[in-house]
Design a protein around this ligand. Structure first.
Ligand SMILES: C[S@@+](CC[C@H](N)C(=O)[O-])C[C@H]1O[C@@H](n2cnc3c(N)ncnc32)[C@H](O)[C@@H]1O
Length: 318
């Protein structure tokens, strides 16, 4: 960090969750005294706590669609009064949430270690549990029900596009064949259905469990994760004051893609190799603070395995 003397606050960490790229997030958002920041993904509140402590009078409006976040926020809600608000909602509905003008906004995407560690939520195939996978179990349908009722096109999108599974045809066929047998109801039997569908040679070569990609794809589909990112970023950007900073941490290319495209559009950069729009016809609403996405430091990689695939992008509204 050049030119900025950041004393990293020592937030009271929730056991089981270390906020990713905390120093980098604070450096980029750099809240001024009295700033108002949106933390769209409260989780265990690691980033929120550090933001609240980063300068006098900083306030944070935090969102989380997981009802369990409320318990984790209880101590902050009790001790920070008006400076901290948790809103129990999907950031994909940010347009319906009162935030007031913002000086900063943070999205730390994906699931939290709390969700992964809570067997009964059904995010992981490491333990047998009902295949639920909803971040908000009060809305929508569980993964098990979704798998029983989704159209084939929806299954293909989940497994091929969101899961990036090369044997997607076989996996989709196996999922359809398993309907009505009860094998899609629980994580262990669902993982078996997927594993059996993957050719033995691919299974042998892979360093990850053969069901990993398909589980990721189903989770993304059940929670409409990519749709929520696409809806939220323009609203968060619109709420930023001039000079405000938008920072997004993503964990895989599917999440990063809509973020990268949105950032390029706001910063008046070409959207890809095919984009031949002349530079002077491109509107520029922001300047990039990260020309390339930032990644975790060596020290963080050693202590927080979750940081391994993190990519942090930030821009400043003009
Ligand atoms: C990676 S964790 C965030 C961790 C947090 N930054 C911390 O320091 O503890 C992601 C959190 O965002 C929440 N989340 C993911 N997608 C969401 C959405 N569309 N709307 C609201 N919350 C969401 C998840 O429920 C989870 O608690």
């Amino acid at each position: 960090m050049v030119g900025i003397n950041f004393e990293l606050p020592s937030p009271v960490m929730m056991p089981g969750h270390l906020p990713v790229m905390l120093a980098e997030v604070l450096e980029l958002l750099a809240p001024e005294p009295g700033a108002c920041v949106l933390d769209a993904t409260f989780g265990g509140g690691g980033h929120t706590r550090a933001l609240l402590d980063s300068a006098p009078g900083v306030s944070v409006v935090a969102l989380d669609r997981d009802p369990a976040a409320r318990d984790r926020a209880a101590s902050l809600a009790g001790s920070r009064g008006q400076q901290f608000t948790l809103i129990d909602t999907d950031f994909g509905r940010l347009d319906q949430v009162e935030t007031g003008p913002l000086d900063g906004a943070l999205f730390d995407l994906g699931v939290s270690s709390f969700q992964l560690d809570e067997t009964e939520r059904g995010f992981s195939f490491r333990h047998d549990a009902p295949a639920d996978m909803r971040m908000d179990p009060r809305c929508g349908v569980s993964a098990a029900e979704w798998l029983e009722t989704a159209t084939e096109a929806m299954l293909v999108q989940a497994v091929r596009e969101y899961g990036e599974e090369s044997s997607w045809r076989r996996v989709v066929r196996a999922l359809v064949a398993a309907r009505g047998t009860g094998r899609l109801a629980r994580t262990a039997s669902l993982a078996e259905v997927v594993t059996e569908a993957i050719p033995a040679a691919q299974r042998r070569q892979s360093r990850i469990h053969p069901a990993t990609r398909t589980f990721q794809g189903i989770r993304i589909a059940v929670n409409d994760e990519i749709g929520a990112i696409g809806r939220a970023l323009p609203v968060a950007f619109e709420r930023l004051r001039p000079g405000g900073v938008l920072a997004v941490i993503s964990f895989h290319s599917l999440e990063d893609r809509p973020v990268k495209h949105f950032f390029r559009r706001m910063c008046g950069q070409p959207l890809g190799a095919h984009d031949s729009t002349p530079q002077d016809l491109r509107a520029k609403f922001a300047e990039p603070l990260t020309r390339k996405p930032r990644t975790a430091s060596r020290a963080e990689l050693d202590t927080n395995p979750r940081s391994r695939s993190a990519k942090l992008r930030a821009l400043r509204k003009l």
